[in-house]
Write a protein that binds this ligand. Structure first.
Ligand code: SF4
Length: 212
């Protein structure tokens, strides 16, 4: 990290907020920490749209951690079937909900070390929760963030933990979750993995990236 990285990051963050002024988490969780946690686990290898589509029926039947922890084997699977890898996800979600009820009184914890005790929760989900729910900041080093930060020259590593830690030092805490949500949209629409739209890129137009 150096002053140049700091300056580029500040300009990129500013440009993201200007381009996407009112952008929130694509998962429609209605402000409920438990819902965001479960939806984030379901979003692995699945579109946010599909996770949103199953969520109404899912949370009507399972409004809290206890209802999932106590459910009959196979029932949860039926509700999340269309999100893919449903057996693995159901196993993780059940384990997650059991730990939530046994150790945290059913509430979603805020500490990274506690979040990482929950089934299906890795650093990506934990950072999403810490940033969006608790306002503690958190860089979600997903595939978009890893690609974009490398292309911008802010990081030279594909290791998610290195990307997370490097960007955590460059982006102010209060902007981290907003920055991550914007990076996802930017990565899907413009800085795509294959054939990025460099000719239409507002980051390039500001001289913050030379393109690939
Ligand atoms: S110029 Fe191209 S590579 Fe650079 S950020 Fe924009 S889309 Fe991505």
């Amino acid at each position: 990290m150096n002053n140049n990285s700091n300056n580029i990051t500040a300009d990129v963050v500013k440009a993201f907020y200007r381009e996407y002024p009112r952008l929130e988490c694509a998962l429609e969780y209605g402000g409920d920490p438990f819902r965001l946690l479960i939806m984030a686990i379901l979003s692995a290898q699945c579109t946010d749209r599909q996770v949103n589509a199953v969520s109404e029926a899912l949370f009507k039947r399972f409004p809290d951690a206890a209802s999932i922890a106590e459910s009959e084997p196979g029932e949860l699977e039926r509700y999340i079937y269309s999100t893919g890898f449903y057996n693995t996800k159901a196993k993780s979600i059940r384990a997650c909900c059991k730990t939530l009820t046994d150790e945290f009184g059913g509430a979603v914890p805020s500490e990274m070390s506690d979040l990482l005790k929950l089934g299906g929760v890795g650093r990506k989900v934990a950072n999403l929760i810490r940033g969006d729910i608790f306002g503690l900041g958190g860089i979600v080093a997903d595939t978009h963030m890893i690609r974009i930060s490398n292309r911008l020259g802010l990081v030279s590593s594909r290791n998610p933990v290195i990307v997370e830690k490097t960007l955590s030092n460059l982006v102010p805490i209060e902007l981290q979750s907003g920055f991550c949500h914007r990076a996802v949209v930017f990565g899907r629409e413009i800085c795509k993995a294959k054939k990025p739209k460099c000719d239409k890129c507002f980051i390039k137009a500001k001289g913050l990236c030379g393109g690939v």
